[in-house]
Design a protein around this ligand. Structure first.
Ligand SMILES: [Ca+2]
Length: 510
């Protein structure tokens, strides 16, 4: 692996040695960080010599580009052989590529809530469930940047799906006037044209923060997609929880086609940034809100549901081309932007800034952080899947480490993907074939009831098929991860620790 964080840490130590040595030579042993500015020089300018006012360095712009339902493994950066994503790869290869980036939830709204607020989704009230209200009292990074003088806007899919008020504007001012006028995306926001309008709406000296939300590769998949797997040996090309059927091959082809279409739009967006001469001081982030919409992926908390692509590029990066295997959460992005804008990060933001990966002088901060685990959870996705009006939640929390996934299901007596026969939240396409028994194991993997605890050993079971929580050999690991998850929930005040049905109060609007 090229440039893991171990290398970064070694570089940090090496770098810090040089800094300390240089400061020693200067007769100063003060620690170096952005929070502790160096003391003023002992020689003020002689009187009569007017100090030349320094132009403060221009604050960076922020461009956040997000696909809809794309698992981390489906980019050519991850060498998945049936997809080509040259624009994502360009950003990743020239910037920072995060191999272990996790969404807060395997569902659009809670994931996006966590991204824009920099908090765990369980801290976000109605923002924790699909199709509810934006929690108006929660400040978003766009709000903070606007208050700091940034122009903040978005196009396409911003926060949601859910209801917002005119005052909320969690992703800033909408730029959605231009619409796609043909093909299967007809009527959807033309995100490239709208971004062009946004860039043209201001002068170059104004800092901006823009959110571009594609609807690719969300279902339904484009009819323009063709089967990429004809006569193909599928060994190693499908996660173990998906059967090799014609339907799956077509479905996966549609998903990959749309993932590539997203990447082509990324290319057009980057070209616009260059044409408007804004590329050089814009922090570009490309990611997705959750994983692929297939059984045991979205909206489940296995890795295919929450592990997403993440690449960051900025000309201000001091160490380009790093591949980082530390564990990152998308809630880390909001405090990153705010810190880079030179603004104080609001105390309620529990995400941890990624600036230490971006600035060599800040690397020492990584030693204070636990970057070896990520967390996610789930409450409710599609409305009324349980039949009746109760529309019960399915509280679930999870922790991910290099070798293990631990999942806690708080209502194991409930159906995780909806009550039969109403629905199957994950609606894996395999299910329409599932009346015949050959596919039954796949069907059960996606929708059958689950025990209160699940544990998977990624070293031998990367697709999380065999729950070893009841295996005595794993008792110690189980205990460790159970406690680790609990500690995270306690530190961030997960309300289900007090009331497991806390999120039941928030309606999902049909
Ligand atoms: Ca999504």
């Amino acid at each position: 692996m090229l440039g893991s964080m171990k290398n970064l840490r070694l570089k940090t130590i090496f770098y810090m040695f040089h800094v300390y040595f240089a400061l020693f030579l200067m007769g100063c042993t003060k620690n170096v960080s952005a929070d502790t500015p160096l003391p003023p020089t002992s020689n003020p300018p002689a009187s009569g010599t007017p100090e030349v006012p320094k132009t403060p360095p221009q604050r960076p712009n922020f461009l956040f580009i997000i696909s809809d339902d794309q698992s981390w493994i489906h980019t050519s950066m991850e060498a998945y052989p049936f997809i080509s994503t040259p624009n994502f790869d360009e950003i990743a290869k020239n910037g920072l590529y995060f191999q272990n980036a996790f969404a807060a939830a395997p569902s659009c709204t809670p994931s996006r809530s966590a991204i824009i607020t920099g908090q765990e989704f369980w801290q976000l009230e109605s923002g924790a469930v699909l199709l509810s209200d934006y929690p108006s009292e929660k400040i978003s990074y766009q709000h903070v940047l606007q208050q700091a003088g940034y122009v903040a806007g978005f196009t396409g899919k911003g926060w949601g799906p859910g209801r917002t008020t005119e005052a909320d504007k969690p992703t800033g001012q909408a730029f959605n006037r231009h619409r796609v006028n043909s093909g299967d995306m007809k009527g959807e926001a033309d995100i490239v044209a709208n971004f062009e309008e946004f860039l043209g709406s201001m002068t170059k000296d104004v800092p901006f923060s823009f959110w571009i939300g594609s609807k690719d590769p969300h279902r339904p998949f484009s009819p323009d997609a063709v089967n990429r797997f004809e006569n193909q040996d599928m060994t190693g090309l499908l996660p173990a929880f998906l059967p090799d059927t014609e339907q799956i091959r077509f479905d996966l082809s549609g998903y990959l086609y749309e993932s590539e279409r997203f990447d082509q739009q990324v290319g057009e967006i980057l070209a616009l940034l260059k044409r408007f001469d804004r590329y050089d001081n814009t922090v570009i982030v490309i990611t997705s809100d959750n994983g692929m919409d297939f059984g045991r992926a979205k909206p489940q908390n296995y890795t295919y549901g929450v592990q997403v692509p993440l690449a960051i590029y900025w000309t201000g990066l001091e160490d380009k081309g790093e591949i980082i295997d530390d564990f990152i959460q998308l809630s880390d992005i909001a405090p990153t932007f705010i810190e880079l804008a030179g603004v104080e990060v609001p105390a309620e933001m529990t995400g941890e800034s990624l600036v230490p990966y971006m600035k060599v002088a800040e690397r020492g901060r990584l030693e204070q952080q636990e970057r070896d685990a990520a967390y996610s959870g789930y409450e409710r996705h599609a409305p009324f899947i349980r039949g009746g009006e109760l529309n019960l939640t399915y509280p679930r929390r999870a922790v991910y480490t290099k070798d293990f996934v631990y999942i806690r299901n708080y209502h194991p007596e409930r159906w995780p993907a909806g009550d039969p026969p109403v629905a199957i939240e994950g609606h894996p396409i395999a299910l329409s074939d599932a009346d015949g028994n050959p596919l039954e194991p796949y069907y059960s993997l996606s929708i059958a009831k689950r025990p209160a605890e699940e544990l998977y050993d990624l070293r031998v079971d990367p697709d999380q098929m065999v729950n070893v929580a009841a295996n005595a050999d794993y008792a110690e690991v189980l205990e460790t991860l159970r406690n680790r998850l609990l500690a995270k929930q306690q530190a961030t005040q997960d309300p289900i620790l007090e009331d497991v049905d806390y999120f039941q109060q928030f309606p999902s609007y049909p």
